[in-house]
Design a protein around this ligand. Structure first.
Ligand SMILES: Cc1cc2nc3c(=O)[nH]c(=O)nc-3n(C[C@H](O)[C@H](O)[C@H](O)COP(=O)(O)OP(=O)(O)OC[C@H]3O[C@@H](n4cnc5c(N)ncnc54)[C@H](O)[C@@H]3O)c2cc1C
Length: 421
């Protein structure tokens, strides 16, 4: 059996009937899964080894309609909901974690400006302005396959949502002059537009998180440069180098959200930050799939030696199965209830789901290596990459594993405004 045949027998992570998926939802997810198995899986190892960006995956995703998966239907996209997107992204993460994670950065530029923004309370003027501007971005994606990225992190407390972004946008005639530095800018050098979060700050004004601006900075604009090397442990094909912006003129129409609306989105639609988790849900499934195939002696590239008859292997797979089902159940609930102004219980569940997916993906990969044994961690097989890629999930701001624990503990014990004497 070769790699393609092996993945051809994979079944969806979330079964249509068991999880009561709508027919069109299940069909889109299934199409995405088949694309991941057929197109992404065979290319993943080389991009991981060389730490190169899989641009051909994005060109193929454009032809498949996947770059526009969350672009509203009336704008020429597929109009997938938050949940449908998450389920489709998990299927891609199963076959290439780095492509799924980079795709997430791109898709969020359309999901957040699309169905998520439609849920926010905007004035009629803000709504009209936003709809006009987002059409521009959507046209670039639908018609020309433009790629957007999401460089928010700066190495300080801003990406965690604690202080205002140090990257600043100074209002000038017709737009903004943007200066700053973004670290871990996935798709650096490959994206056509960098969806930068920065602080809009006029002369003499104090920096405030309320004035966060979400701007699409053209990669070819004067003053944009990508610096530094990229040789990380995992997610190597995201090519997340450092982005420097020096007095970059960005026209007003490149605003991805109207003034002050990103802050409103971040506070009233918190599940928007759960969008990094689908990739790792897919990696959790991949670690499990690998283990079952390996122990059955059916993994392409390995001798057909069965190891399934040992009770210790059976117990290990049983434990992995339980962890995977627990992870799926909690995550599915959290992505299904994402909405504007969620209840406190829903927000706490979202933190719990994010923590669980990010930690369990790596725990499953580690257990897969221990269970399958030494030959299974050779670089010629996918498990070694799955292990390294899955290690990155719990580090990703703004909802790192530590921050999820921190908020869960505090928000469980304190109601808003409560203090100890
Ligand atoms: C493969 C990969 C791709 C990435 N791609 C992108 C991207 O495209 N765009 C982007 O914006 N970022 C991206 N990131 C960056 C990521 O989201 C984080 O910003 C980055 O990993 C933070 O690294 P740091 O060492 O600066 O963390 P620090 O800010 O130094 O934090 C270190 C740890 O301290 C904890 N911590 C930090 N702040 C708080 C707090 N306020 N309260 C409690 N605990 C806290 C967290 O657990 C955190 O993990 C990517 C990261 C990786 C690994």
């Amino acid at each position: 059996m070769n790699v393609l045949d092996r993945h051809a027998i994979d079944v969806p992570i979330f079964d249509r009937a068991a999880f009561r998926l709508a027919d069109d939802e299940a069909e889109l997810i299934e199409r995405t899964r088949k694309f991941g198995a057929r197109v992404l899986a065979p290319r993943a190892a080389q991009h991981d080894r060389d730490a190169t960006f899989p641009i051909e995956n994005f060109r193929d995703m454009h032809h498949e309609g996947l770059l526009a998966i969350c672009v509203p239907r009336e704008e020429g996209g597929t109009g997938a909901s938050f949940r449908t997107y998450c389920l489709a992204a998990a299927e891609l993460g199963r076959y290439c974690g780095a492509t799924a994670l980079s795709w997430n950065m791109h898709v969020c530029s359309t999901l957040w400006t699309g169905s998520l923004a439609d849920d926010l309370e905007l004035s009629a003027a803000e709504r009209a302005e936003h709809k006009r501007r987002r059409s521009l971005h959507y046209r670039r994606i639908v018609q020309h396959g433009a790629i957007y990225s999401q460089p928010f992190s700066e190495g300080g407390a801003a990406a965690a949502g604690v202080v205002a972004f140090g990257t600043e946008a100074k209002p000038v005639d017709g737009g903004f002059l943007v200066s700053g530095k973004k670290i871990f800018a996935s798709l650096s050098g490959a994206a056509d537009y960098y969806g930068v979060l920065c602080t809009e700050r006029g002369e003499g004004e104090a920096a405030s998180r309320r004035n966060t601006l979400y701007l699409a900075v053209p990669s070819t604009a004067a003053g944009v440069s990508v610096v530094g090397d990229w040789d990380p442990l995992g997610m190597r094909a995201t090519v997340s180098r450092t982005l420097l912006l020096k007095d970059v003129f960005v026209p007003e129409d490149e605003m991805l959200m109207p003034h002050g609306v990103y802050f409103r989105a971040a506070t009233s639609w918190p599940h928007m930050f759960l969008t990094l988790s689908p990739t790792y849900m897919g990696l959790a499934q991949a670690a499990y799939d690998f283990t079952v195939a390996y122990l059955r002696g059916e993994l392409p590239g390995t001798p057909p030696v069965k190891r399934r008859m040992f009770p210790t292997k059976q117990i290990a797979v049983a434990e992995m199965h339980i962890t995977l089902e627990q992870t799926k159940a909690l995550w599915f609930q959290a992505i299904s209830e994402a909405r504007a102004n969620p209840t406190k219980e829903q927000v706490l569940r979202a933190y719990a789901a994010q923590f669980t997916v990010m930690e369990n993906a790596n725990a499953l990969a580690a257990k897969a290596i221990r269970t399958c044994g030494g030959q299974a961690m050779l670089k010629s097989l996918a498990l070694e990459r799955i292990y390294r890629d899955s290690r990155c999930g719990s580090l990703m701001l703004p909802w790192t594993a530590e921050i999820c624990l921190d908020r869960l503990g505090r928000e469980t014990l304190y109601e808003p405004g409560e203090k100890d004497e």
